[in-house]
Design a protein around this ligand. Structure first.
Ligand code: UDP
Length: 468
Protein backbone atom coordinates (compact mmCIF):
# COMPACT_ATOMS: atom_id res chain seq x y z
CA UNK A 1 0.00 0.00 0.00
CA UNK A 2 1.25 3.51 -0.87
CA UNK A 3 2.60 5.58 2.00
CA UNK A 4 0.12 8.32 2.75
CA UNK A 5 1.67 11.69 3.57
CA UNK A 6 -0.88 14.29 4.55
CA UNK A 7 -0.23 18.01 4.67
CA UNK A 8 -2.39 19.45 7.48
CA UNK A 9 -2.81 23.21 7.06
CA UNK A 10 -4.85 25.15 9.65
CA UNK A 11 -5.83 28.81 9.47
CA UNK A 12 -3.14 30.19 11.80
CA UNK A 13 -5.15 31.07 14.90
CA UNK A 14 -5.30 29.24 18.22
CA UNK A 15 -8.64 27.45 18.02
CA UNK A 16 -7.95 26.18 14.50
CA UNK A 17 -4.39 25.09 15.32
CA UNK A 18 -5.48 23.18 18.43
CA UNK A 19 -8.18 21.29 16.68
CA UNK A 20 -6.16 20.42 13.58
CA UNK A 21 -3.14 19.38 15.63
CA UNK A 22 -5.35 16.88 17.44
CA UNK A 23 -6.43 15.67 14.03
CA UNK A 24 -2.80 15.40 12.88
CA UNK A 25 -1.92 13.45 16.02
CA UNK A 26 -4.79 11.04 15.40
CA UNK A 27 -3.60 10.51 11.81
CA UNK A 28 -0.09 9.79 13.05
CA UNK A 29 -1.60 7.29 15.49
CA UNK A 30 -3.07 5.53 12.46
CA UNK A 31 0.39 5.26 10.86
CA UNK A 32 0.01 8.17 8.42
CA UNK A 33 2.91 10.57 7.79
CA UNK A 34 1.89 14.15 8.53
CA UNK A 35 3.45 17.50 7.78
CA UNK A 36 1.78 20.14 9.94
CA UNK A 37 2.00 23.57 8.40
CA UNK A 38 2.32 26.57 10.71
CA UNK A 39 3.05 30.14 9.71
CA UNK A 40 6.63 31.25 10.33
CA UNK A 41 5.36 33.72 12.92
CA UNK A 42 3.49 31.07 14.92
CA UNK A 43 6.27 28.52 14.66
CA UNK A 44 8.65 31.11 16.12
CA UNK A 45 6.21 31.78 18.96
CA UNK A 46 5.88 28.09 19.70
CA UNK A 47 9.63 27.64 19.61
CA UNK A 48 10.86 24.27 20.87
CA UNK A 49 7.36 23.49 22.16
CA UNK A 50 6.09 22.81 18.64
CA UNK A 51 8.34 19.91 17.87
CA UNK A 52 8.62 18.45 21.34
CA UNK A 53 4.87 18.04 21.14
CA UNK A 54 5.06 15.49 18.39
CA UNK A 55 7.29 12.85 19.91
CA UNK A 56 6.71 10.88 16.72
CA UNK A 57 8.96 10.48 13.69
CA UNK A 58 5.81 10.44 11.54
CA UNK A 59 5.00 14.07 12.36
CA UNK A 60 7.01 17.09 11.29
CA UNK A 61 6.36 20.81 11.47
CA UNK A 62 7.08 23.20 8.60
CA UNK A 63 6.10 26.81 8.04
CA UNK A 64 5.17 29.33 5.38
CA UNK A 65 5.17 33.13 5.66
CA UNK A 66 1.85 34.77 6.54
CA UNK A 67 2.62 37.82 4.44
CA UNK A 68 2.55 40.31 7.35
CA UNK A 69 5.62 42.25 8.48
CA UNK A 70 7.48 40.75 11.46
CA UNK A 71 6.49 43.56 13.81
CA UNK A 72 2.78 43.39 12.95
CA UNK A 73 0.70 42.86 16.15
CA UNK A 74 -1.56 40.23 14.52
CA UNK A 75 -4.29 41.03 17.02
CA UNK A 76 -7.83 39.72 16.92
CA UNK A 77 -9.05 42.75 15.00
CA UNK A 78 -6.45 42.06 12.29
CA UNK A 79 -7.96 38.74 11.23
CA UNK A 80 -9.37 39.99 7.92
CA UNK A 81 -5.92 41.38 7.11
CA UNK A 82 -4.26 38.09 8.04
CA UNK A 83 -6.79 36.26 5.92
CA UNK A 84 -5.82 38.32 2.87
CA UNK A 85 -2.10 38.50 3.46
CA UNK A 86 -1.78 34.77 4.03
CA UNK A 87 -2.95 33.97 0.52
CA UNK A 88 -0.38 36.40 -0.87
CA UNK A 89 2.52 35.50 1.42
CA UNK A 90 2.11 31.76 1.64
CA UNK A 91 1.07 30.65 -1.82
CA UNK A 92 4.56 30.50 -3.38
CA UNK A 93 6.31 28.52 -0.60
CA UNK A 94 3.20 26.39 -0.19
CA UNK A 95 3.20 25.53 -3.89
CA UNK A 96 6.88 24.55 -3.61
CA UNK A 97 6.12 22.34 -0.66
CA UNK A 98 3.43 20.48 -2.56
CA UNK A 99 5.53 19.99 -5.67
CA UNK A 100 6.90 16.47 -5.56
CA UNK A 101 10.56 17.12 -4.76
CA UNK A 102 10.32 19.84 -2.17
CA UNK A 103 7.62 18.11 -0.14
CA UNK A 104 9.75 15.01 0.24
CA UNK A 105 12.45 14.44 2.84
CA UNK A 106 13.86 10.96 2.32
CA UNK A 107 16.23 11.29 5.30
CA UNK A 108 13.25 11.86 7.59
CA UNK A 109 11.29 9.13 5.80
CA UNK A 110 8.87 11.63 4.25
CA UNK A 111 7.70 10.90 0.70
CA UNK A 112 6.11 13.72 -1.33
CA UNK A 113 2.77 14.97 -0.01
CA UNK A 114 -0.05 12.70 -1.23
CA UNK A 115 -3.07 14.46 0.24
CA UNK A 116 -3.97 17.87 1.63
CA UNK A 117 -6.31 18.42 4.59
CA UNK A 118 -6.64 22.18 4.82
CA UNK A 119 -8.78 24.56 6.78
CA UNK A 120 -11.94 25.30 4.84
CA UNK A 121 -11.11 29.00 5.32
CA UNK A 122 -8.15 28.61 2.92
CA UNK A 123 -9.85 27.99 -0.44
CA UNK A 124 -6.75 28.94 -2.45
CA UNK A 125 -4.83 26.09 -0.81
CA UNK A 126 -7.27 23.60 -2.37
CA UNK A 127 -6.95 25.09 -5.83
CA UNK A 128 -3.14 24.96 -5.76
CA UNK A 129 -3.11 21.38 -4.45
CA UNK A 130 -5.53 20.01 -7.02
CA UNK A 131 -3.70 21.85 -9.79
CA UNK A 132 -0.53 20.02 -8.71
CA UNK A 133 -2.34 16.68 -8.58
CA UNK A 134 -2.63 16.53 -4.80
CA UNK A 135 -6.18 15.65 -3.71
CA UNK A 136 -7.64 18.15 -1.24
CA UNK A 137 -9.97 17.57 1.71
CA UNK A 138 -11.62 20.46 3.57
CA UNK A 139 -11.59 20.65 7.37
CA UNK A 140 -13.90 22.98 9.29
CA UNK A 141 -13.08 23.59 12.92
CA UNK A 142 -16.50 25.02 13.86
CA UNK A 143 -19.70 23.18 14.69
CA UNK A 144 -21.80 21.41 12.08
CA UNK A 145 -24.71 23.59 13.19
CA UNK A 146 -22.87 26.80 12.36
CA UNK A 147 -21.61 25.40 9.06
CA UNK A 148 -25.18 24.53 8.14
CA UNK A 149 -26.30 28.04 9.08
CA UNK A 150 -23.76 29.48 6.61
CA UNK A 151 -24.85 27.00 3.93
CA UNK A 152 -28.42 28.19 4.54
CA UNK A 153 -27.68 31.90 4.05
CA UNK A 154 -29.02 32.04 0.45
CA UNK A 155 -32.24 30.40 1.66
CA UNK A 156 -32.49 32.89 4.54
CA UNK A 157 -32.30 35.78 2.06
CA UNK A 158 -34.81 34.05 -0.21
CA UNK A 159 -37.28 33.67 2.67
CA UNK A 160 -36.66 37.31 3.65
CA UNK A 161 -35.42 36.17 7.08
CA UNK A 162 -32.34 38.19 6.19
CA UNK A 163 -31.59 40.98 6.51
CA UNK A 164 -33.25 41.36 9.92
CA UNK A 165 -35.69 44.30 9.94
CA UNK A 166 -34.08 47.42 11.36
CA UNK A 167 -34.99 47.60 15.05
CA UNK A 168 -36.70 44.17 14.82
CA UNK A 169 -36.99 41.71 17.68
CA UNK A 170 -33.98 39.41 17.87
CA UNK A 171 -36.06 36.85 19.76
CA UNK A 172 -38.17 36.14 16.67
CA UNK A 173 -37.83 32.55 15.40
CA UNK A 174 -35.95 31.97 12.15
CA UNK A 175 -37.07 29.75 9.28
CA UNK A 176 -34.70 28.35 6.72
CA UNK A 177 -31.97 26.48 8.60
CA UNK A 178 -33.18 22.89 8.24
CA UNK A 179 -33.68 20.91 11.43
CA UNK A 180 -33.28 23.97 13.64
CA UNK A 181 -36.54 25.82 13.13
CA UNK A 182 -37.95 24.76 16.49
CA UNK A 183 -35.27 26.49 18.53
CA UNK A 184 -33.33 28.99 16.41
CA UNK A 185 -34.00 32.71 16.92
CA UNK A 186 -32.52 35.62 15.05
CA UNK A 187 -30.07 36.22 17.87
CA UNK A 188 -28.75 32.65 17.54
CA UNK A 189 -27.57 33.04 13.96
CA UNK A 190 -23.84 33.67 13.41
CA UNK A 191 -22.97 37.23 14.36
CA UNK A 192 -22.27 38.18 10.74
CA UNK A 193 -26.04 38.01 10.19
CA UNK A 194 -26.59 41.02 12.47
CA UNK A 195 -26.39 44.59 11.36
CA UNK A 196 -24.08 46.77 13.41
CA UNK A 197 -26.16 48.38 16.17
CA UNK A 198 -28.56 51.07 14.97
CA UNK A 199 -27.38 50.77 11.38
CA UNK A 200 -29.38 49.89 8.31
CA UNK A 201 -26.30 48.67 6.46
CA UNK A 202 -26.86 45.70 4.21
CA UNK A 203 -25.33 42.57 5.78
CA UNK A 204 -25.24 40.86 2.40
CA UNK A 205 -21.82 42.07 1.17
CA UNK A 206 -20.09 40.66 4.26
CA UNK A 207 -22.25 37.61 4.72
CA UNK A 208 -22.58 36.23 1.21
CA UNK A 209 -18.80 35.61 0.78
CA UNK A 210 -18.79 33.67 4.08
CA UNK A 211 -21.70 31.61 2.84
CA UNK A 212 -19.96 31.02 -0.50
CA UNK A 213 -16.83 29.87 1.32
CA UNK A 214 -18.87 27.17 3.06
CA UNK A 215 -20.65 26.16 -0.13
CA UNK A 216 -17.29 26.00 -1.96
CA UNK A 217 -16.02 23.49 0.60
CA UNK A 218 -18.39 21.13 -1.18
CA UNK A 219 -15.96 21.07 -4.13
CA UNK A 220 -13.26 19.42 -2.01
CA UNK A 221 -12.96 15.63 -2.08
CA UNK A 222 -14.62 15.53 1.33
CA UNK A 223 -15.44 17.60 4.39
CA UNK A 224 -14.07 16.74 7.85
CA UNK A 225 -15.85 18.12 10.90
CA UNK A 226 -14.77 18.13 14.53
CA UNK A 227 -18.11 16.96 15.83
CA UNK A 228 -20.01 13.80 16.47
CA UNK A 229 -23.31 12.35 15.38
CA UNK A 230 -24.72 12.21 18.88
CA UNK A 231 -24.26 15.98 19.28
CA UNK A 232 -25.24 17.15 15.81
CA UNK A 233 -26.93 14.30 13.97
CA UNK A 234 -29.54 16.46 12.30
CA UNK A 235 -27.13 19.17 11.13
CA UNK A 236 -24.79 16.52 9.72
CA UNK A 237 -27.64 14.89 7.83
CA UNK A 238 -28.55 18.23 6.25
CA UNK A 239 -24.95 19.08 5.32
CA UNK A 240 -24.17 15.69 3.75
CA UNK A 241 -26.07 16.24 0.46
CA UNK A 242 -23.96 19.36 -0.22
CA UNK A 243 -20.65 17.52 0.14
CA UNK A 244 -18.91 14.88 -1.96
CA UNK A 245 -18.25 12.94 1.24
CA UNK A 246 -18.27 13.87 4.91
CA UNK A 247 -16.62 12.62 8.08
CA UNK A 248 -17.66 13.58 11.63
CA UNK A 249 -14.62 12.60 13.68
CA UNK A 250 -14.82 14.62 16.88
CA UNK A 251 -14.34 15.68 19.52
CA UNK A 252 -10.79 15.24 18.30
CA UNK A 253 -9.13 16.22 21.57
CA UNK A 254 -10.87 13.24 23.13
CA UNK A 255 -9.95 10.94 20.24
CA UNK A 256 -6.25 11.54 20.79
CA UNK A 257 -5.86 12.55 24.44
CA UNK A 258 -2.08 12.49 24.17
CA UNK A 259 -2.22 15.17 21.48
CA UNK A 260 0.24 17.98 21.50
CA UNK A 261 -0.54 20.09 24.52
CA UNK A 262 2.04 22.54 23.33
CA UNK A 263 0.04 24.06 20.52
CA UNK A 264 -0.55 27.04 22.84
CA UNK A 265 0.71 30.26 21.31
CA UNK A 266 0.59 31.87 24.75
CA UNK A 267 2.49 30.23 27.58
CA UNK A 268 0.22 28.28 29.90
CA UNK A 269 0.31 29.28 33.55
CA UNK A 270 0.43 25.88 35.27
CA UNK A 271 0.44 27.54 38.71
CA UNK A 272 -3.34 27.60 38.63
CA UNK A 273 -3.41 23.80 38.90
CA UNK A 274 -1.91 23.90 42.40
CA UNK A 275 -4.43 26.61 43.31
CA UNK A 276 -7.23 24.33 42.04
CA UNK A 277 -5.82 21.45 44.10
CA UNK A 278 -6.46 23.51 47.22
CA UNK A 279 -10.15 24.09 46.37
CA UNK A 280 -13.12 21.91 47.27
CA UNK A 281 -14.78 19.64 44.71
CA UNK A 282 -16.95 21.47 42.17
CA UNK A 283 -16.52 24.76 44.00
CA UNK A 284 -14.69 26.83 41.36
CA UNK A 285 -16.03 28.83 38.42
CA UNK A 286 -13.59 28.71 35.51
CA UNK A 287 -14.01 31.78 33.26
CA UNK A 288 -12.37 32.14 29.86
CA UNK A 289 -13.46 33.81 26.65
CA UNK A 290 -10.95 32.02 24.41
CA UNK A 291 -8.06 33.32 22.37
CA UNK A 292 -9.62 36.17 20.40
CA UNK A 293 -12.48 37.85 22.26
CA UNK A 294 -11.96 41.45 23.30
CA UNK A 295 -14.32 43.01 25.84
CA UNK A 296 -14.87 46.57 26.99
CA UNK A 297 -13.89 47.77 30.41
CA UNK A 298 -17.59 48.01 31.31
CA UNK A 299 -18.15 44.37 30.37
CA UNK A 300 -15.09 43.40 32.36
CA UNK A 301 -16.48 45.19 35.40
CA UNK A 302 -19.88 43.51 35.07
CA UNK A 303 -18.28 40.06 34.83
CA UNK A 304 -15.97 40.79 37.71
CA UNK A 305 -18.74 42.10 39.96
CA UNK A 306 -21.07 39.24 39.02
CA UNK A 307 -18.42 36.62 39.71
CA UNK A 308 -17.56 38.14 43.07
CA UNK A 309 -21.25 38.42 44.01
CA UNK A 310 -21.88 34.77 43.06
CA UNK A 311 -19.56 33.95 45.93
CA UNK A 312 -17.60 31.01 44.51
CA UNK A 313 -13.83 30.94 44.06
CA UNK A 314 -13.05 31.67 40.43
CA UNK A 315 -10.19 31.13 38.02
CA UNK A 316 -10.21 33.77 35.32
CA UNK A 317 -8.26 33.82 32.08
CA UNK A 318 -7.47 37.43 31.30
CA UNK A 319 -5.29 37.55 28.20
CA UNK A 320 -3.03 40.60 28.04
CA UNK A 321 -4.97 41.89 25.01
CA UNK A 322 -8.46 41.03 26.22
CA UNK A 323 -9.85 44.17 27.80
CA UNK A 324 -10.05 47.24 25.58
CA UNK A 325 -8.07 49.99 27.31
CA UNK A 326 -7.58 50.08 31.11
CA UNK A 327 -6.22 46.56 31.20
CA UNK A 328 -3.79 47.54 33.88
CA UNK A 329 -6.44 48.88 36.22
CA UNK A 330 -8.60 45.85 35.56
CA UNK A 331 -5.81 43.45 36.29
CA UNK A 332 -4.81 45.29 39.43
CA UNK A 333 -8.30 44.98 40.85
CA UNK A 334 -8.62 41.29 40.18
CA UNK A 335 -5.11 40.59 41.34
CA UNK A 336 -5.91 42.44 44.54
CA UNK A 337 -8.98 40.28 45.02
CA UNK A 338 -6.95 37.15 44.35
CA UNK A 339 -4.29 38.14 46.83
CA UNK A 340 -6.83 39.42 49.33
CA UNK A 341 -8.76 36.32 50.29
CA UNK A 342 -7.46 33.67 47.91
CA UNK A 343 -10.91 33.40 46.34
CA UNK A 344 -9.80 34.31 42.86
CA UNK A 345 -6.92 33.47 40.61
CA UNK A 346 -6.16 35.34 37.39
CA UNK A 347 -3.94 33.94 34.67
CA UNK A 348 -3.03 35.14 31.20
CA UNK A 349 -3.52 31.66 29.74
CA UNK A 350 -4.53 28.40 31.38
CA UNK A 351 -3.97 24.74 30.52
CA UNK A 352 -7.68 24.68 29.76
CA UNK A 353 -8.26 21.00 29.15
CA UNK A 354 -6.52 20.13 32.43
CA UNK A 355 -8.52 22.80 34.23
CA UNK A 356 -11.84 21.49 32.92
CA UNK A 357 -10.84 17.97 33.93
CA UNK A 358 -10.04 19.08 37.49
CA UNK A 359 -12.44 17.88 40.22
CA UNK A 360 -12.59 21.42 41.72
CA UNK A 361 -14.23 23.00 38.66
CA UNK A 362 -17.99 23.36 39.05
CA UNK A 363 -18.86 25.37 35.97
CA UNK A 364 -17.32 27.08 32.96
CA UNK A 365 -18.16 30.63 31.96
CA UNK A 366 -17.25 30.55 28.27
CA UNK A 367 -17.64 32.46 25.03
CA UNK A 368 -18.83 29.17 23.49
CA UNK A 369 -16.04 28.85 20.95
CA UNK A 370 -16.44 25.40 19.45
CA UNK A 371 -13.29 23.94 21.01
CA UNK A 372 -14.19 25.24 24.45
CA UNK A 373 -17.76 24.00 24.06
CA UNK A 374 -16.55 20.51 23.15
CA UNK A 375 -13.93 20.49 25.90
CA UNK A 376 -16.62 21.25 28.49
CA UNK A 377 -18.98 18.67 26.99
CA UNK A 378 -16.36 15.91 27.22
CA UNK A 379 -15.64 16.68 30.88
CA UNK A 380 -19.32 16.96 31.77
CA UNK A 381 -18.82 20.50 33.11
CA UNK A 382 -21.94 22.73 33.10
CA UNK A 383 -21.40 25.88 31.05
CA UNK A 384 -22.57 29.46 31.17
CA UNK A 385 -22.26 30.85 27.67
CA UNK A 386 -21.64 34.44 26.76
CA UNK A 387 -21.00 34.27 23.01
CA UNK A 388 -18.97 37.10 21.55
CA UNK A 389 -18.80 36.64 17.79
CA UNK A 390 -18.71 34.37 14.78
CA UNK A 391 -20.56 31.08 15.23
CA UNK A 392 -20.50 31.20 19.04
CA UNK A 393 -24.09 32.47 18.98
CA UNK A 394 -25.37 29.20 17.58
CA UNK A 395 -23.15 26.99 19.76
CA UNK A 396 -24.50 28.65 22.88
CA UNK A 397 -28.08 28.05 21.71
CA UNK A 398 -27.31 24.34 21.43
CA UNK A 399 -25.95 24.40 24.99
CA UNK A 400 -28.92 26.26 26.46
CA UNK A 401 -31.84 24.89 24.43
CA UNK A 402 -30.85 21.57 22.83
CA UNK A 403 -28.33 19.72 24.99
CA UNK A 404 -29.26 21.66 28.13
CA UNK A 405 -25.82 21.16 29.65
CA UNK A 406 -25.65 24.84 30.52
CA UNK A 407 -27.23 28.27 30.17
CA UNK A 408 -27.06 30.87 27.44
CA UNK A 409 -26.47 34.42 28.68
CA UNK A 410 -26.29 35.76 25.14
CA UNK A 411 -26.33 39.52 24.61
CA UNK A 412 -26.64 40.33 28.30
CA UNK A 413 -23.68 41.33 30.39
CA UNK A 414 -25.00 42.63 33.69
CA UNK A 415 -23.58 41.77 37.07
CA UNK A 416 -26.91 40.58 38.49
CA UNK A 417 -27.44 38.26 35.52
CA UNK A 418 -23.88 36.94 35.71
CA UNK A 419 -24.37 36.24 39.42
CA UNK A 420 -27.74 34.52 38.98
CA UNK A 421 -26.71 32.47 35.94
CA UNK A 422 -23.44 31.30 37.45
CA UNK A 423 -25.27 30.29 40.65
CA UNK A 424 -27.82 28.32 38.68
CA UNK A 425 -25.16 26.51 36.65
CA UNK A 426 -23.23 25.68 39.82
CA UNK A 427 -26.24 24.46 41.75
CA UNK A 428 -28.73 22.98 39.31
CA UNK A 429 -28.91 19.18 39.55
CA UNK A 430 -30.79 19.10 36.29
CA UNK A 431 -28.05 20.88 34.36
CA UNK A 432 -25.35 18.74 35.96
CA UNK A 433 -27.23 15.55 35.11
CA UNK A 434 -27.63 16.68 31.48
CA UNK A 435 -23.94 17.59 31.30
CA UNK A 436 -22.91 14.24 32.69
CA UNK A 437 -25.23 12.30 30.40
CA UNK A 438 -23.92 14.24 27.40
CA UNK A 439 -20.34 13.49 28.40
CA UNK A 440 -21.09 9.77 28.64
CA UNK A 441 -22.75 9.80 25.26
CA UNK A 442 -19.83 11.60 23.59
CA UNK A 443 -17.29 9.36 25.30
CA UNK A 444 -19.04 6.38 23.72
CA UNK A 445 -18.63 8.05 20.30
CA UNK A 446 -14.87 8.31 20.75
CA UNK A 447 -14.39 4.84 22.24
CA UNK A 448 -13.60 1.76 20.11
CA UNK A 449 -16.55 1.03 17.85
CA UNK A 450 -18.10 4.47 18.47
CA UNK A 451 -19.36 6.62 15.61
CA UNK A 452 -16.41 9.04 15.54
CA UNK A 453 -13.84 6.25 15.70
CA UNK A 454 -15.59 4.38 12.90
CA UNK A 455 -15.76 7.57 10.83
CA UNK A 456 -12.10 8.28 11.50
CA UNK A 457 -11.13 4.79 10.31
CA UNK A 458 -13.19 5.32 7.18
CA UNK A 459 -11.42 8.65 6.66
CA UNK A 460 -7.97 7.07 6.99
CA UNK A 461 -9.00 4.48 4.39
CA UNK A 462 -10.26 7.29 2.14
CA UNK A 463 -6.97 9.18 2.50
CA UNK A 464 -4.99 6.02 1.71
CA UNK A 465 -7.09 5.46 -1.41
CA UNK A 466 -6.57 9.06 -2.53
CA UNK A 467 -2.83 8.63 -1.88
CA UNK A 468 -2.48 5.40 -3.89
N1 UDP B 1 -7.43 27.74 25.67
C1 UDP B 1 -6.38 27.42 26.48
N2 UDP B 1 -6.13 28.22 27.55
C2 UDP B 1 -6.87 29.30 27.86
C3 UDP B 1 -7.97 29.62 27.02
C4 UDP B 1 -8.23 28.82 25.94
O1 UDP B 1 -5.68 26.44 26.26
O2 UDP B 1 -6.56 29.97 28.84
C5 UDP B 1 -7.70 26.89 24.49
C6 UDP B 1 -8.98 26.11 24.64
O3 UDP B 1 -8.72 24.92 25.34
C7 UDP B 1 -9.42 25.92 23.21
C8 UDP B 1 -8.84 27.13 22.48
O4 UDP B 1 -7.87 27.72 23.35
O5 UDP B 1 -8.86 24.73 22.69
C9 UDP B 1 -9.88 28.18 22.16
O6 UDP B 1 -10.65 27.75 21.10
P1 UDP B 1 -12.17 28.09 20.97
O7 UDP B 1 -12.67 27.46 19.72
O8 UDP B 1 -12.91 27.72 22.19
O9 UDP B 1 -12.22 29.67 20.91
P2 UDP B 1 -11.44 30.78 20.04
O10 UDP B 1 -10.19 31.06 20.77
O11 UDP B 1 -11.19 30.21 18.67
O12 UDP B 1 -12.38 31.93 20.05
Amino acid sequence: MAVAHVLVFPFPIQGHINCMLHFATALVGAGVHVTFLHTEHNLRRLGGRASSASGSPLLRFLSVPDGLPDDHPRSASDLPELYKSLAGGATGPYRDLLSADAGADPTGGFAPVTCLVADGLLPWSFDVAEELGVPAIAFRTASAGSFLAFLSVPKLFELAELPFPVGGDLDEPVRGVPGMESFLRRRDLPSACRRPKDSDDDVGPALRPLAKLSADNGKARALVLNTTASLERSALAHIAPHMRDMFAVGPLHAMSPAAAASSSLLREDDGCMAWLDAQADRSVVYASLGSLAVITHEQFTEFYSGLVAAGYPFLWVLRPDMVKASQDAALQRTAAAAAGDGKARVVAWAPQRDVLRHRAVGCFLTHAGWNSTLEAVVEGVPTVCWPVSAEQQINSRFVGAVWRNGLDMKDVCERAVVEKTVREAMESDEIRRSAEALAQQVKRDVAAGGSSVTEFERLVGFIRELSA
